[in-house]
Design a protein around this ligand. Structure first.
Ligand code: CA
Length: 339
């Protein structure tokens, strides 16, 4: 697959094979008006102690999601290499230009990193990041934890997720890693739009892969951050990398409720433009046909709001954040708790 591709233009001067904690950068050349021979600097940390499995931990795949970057900068700054067996590679802000701009996609090229995999060494800056991760970091990894949350336009119940996969042994490993993350909710998904995702590339390479949706609304909360920090330690402990006092004790995590998204009726999409009045919030139970939001036309007064009906029964797993909606915006996502 990779033999015919050109070398990556991205360089990294960290030694991935030496013991200890090291902090550096992936340097992506980016010649531009304000910096002729400039580069995009993507922070990376490698922590190694002897032989053992390798975990790749990533945040900032989308630039407006914050629990992952907070938990991963914290981990990189505080984890004592003596407390691990194996290696941890941390990219807290994988799409660094998007993270710096506080946007989902890159301000350089408009690239959505999570639709750019496996990437191209001769493509856009976003495609070059994806290519480097695919060809230089994923081959080192046994397991991958890619943090997401809802960004500026969605807010989620805190959940960790894995996919339904053709390789059932890999699927079972991913499920066990989700359990170890210990979020209040967990989800096994069929991806509607899997082409270009980091998940798809990593799973095709046989890597245990866990993703998350931990809140959103363009910020992070003490609760969602606590879930992220506890989750990454649970993930590393289950992988056999984190041991002793650093591994979370199981009572620290509450029970996890598994959710299912049985069909496309889980998604409630707006057909109108207007001012949204939510009538339910995250975690609420709804029945099929319930009015879950009203959309007020705001062009003039005196018009009735338009009711939005749940298309299936379930609980509110995600909700639209901005006060205005447009046709095609996701108003809410409903999921069904698995007994
Ligand atoms: Ca995301």
């Amino acid at each position: 697959m990779t033999d015919t591709l050109a070398p990556s233009p991205i360089s990294c001067d960290l030694d991935f094979e030496r013991d200890g904690a090291r902090h550096g950068f992936l340097r992506l050349p980016w010649s531009r008006d304000d910096s002729a021979w400039g580069a995009v600097m993507i922070p990376i940390c490698v922590i190694r102690n002897g032989d053992g499995p390798t975990a790749l931990l990533t945040g900032g795949n989308h630039g407006d999601e914050y629990e992952g970057p907070i938990a991963l900068y914290d981990l990189a700054a505080t984890l004592d290499p003596a407390r691990i067996s194996g290696r941890i590679i941390i990219l807290p802000t994988m799409n660094a230009p998007a993270f710096r701009a506080g946007t989902r996609t890159s301000p350089i090229d408009g690239g959505n990193l999570n639709r750019s995999f496996p990437g191209r060494p001769d493509g856009t800056p976003t495609q070059k990041i994806a290519d480097y991760v695919t060809r230089h970091l994923l081959p080192l990894a046994d397991c991958v934890l890619d943090f997401h949350s809802g960004g500026k336009t969605l807010d989620f119940l805190p959940l960790a997720a894995c996919h339904i996969l053709p390789d059932k042994a890999l699927e079972a490993r991913c499920r066990a890693a989700v359990e170890a993350f210990g979020a209040p909710y967990a989800l096994q998904m069929v991806e509607m739009d899997a082409v270009g995702m980091f998940d798809t590339t990593a799973e095709a390479m046989g890597k245990t892969f866990v993703t998350t949706e931990l809140g959103g609304a363009g910020t992070a909360s003490p609760h969602s951050i606590a879930v992220a920090k506890r989750g990454v330690r649970g993930f590393l402990a289950q992988a056999g990398i984190l041991t002793g006092d650093e591994a979370p004790s199981d009572p620290a995590a509450g029970p996890t409720t598994w959710l299912d998204m049985p069909d496309g009726d889980c998604f409630l999409v707006s057909e109108e433009e207007g001012l949204i009045e939510p009538l339910v919030t995250l975690g609420d139970a709804v029945a099929r046909g319930d009015v879950v939001a009203r959309i007020h036309p705001f062009g003039r007064t005196g018009r009735a709001p338009l009711p939005c009906h749940a298309r299936r029964s379930g609980i509110v797993m995600a909700r639209h954040v901005p006060g205005l909606v447009k046709p095609g915006d996701c108003i809410a996502v409903f999921a069904v708790p698995v007994p």
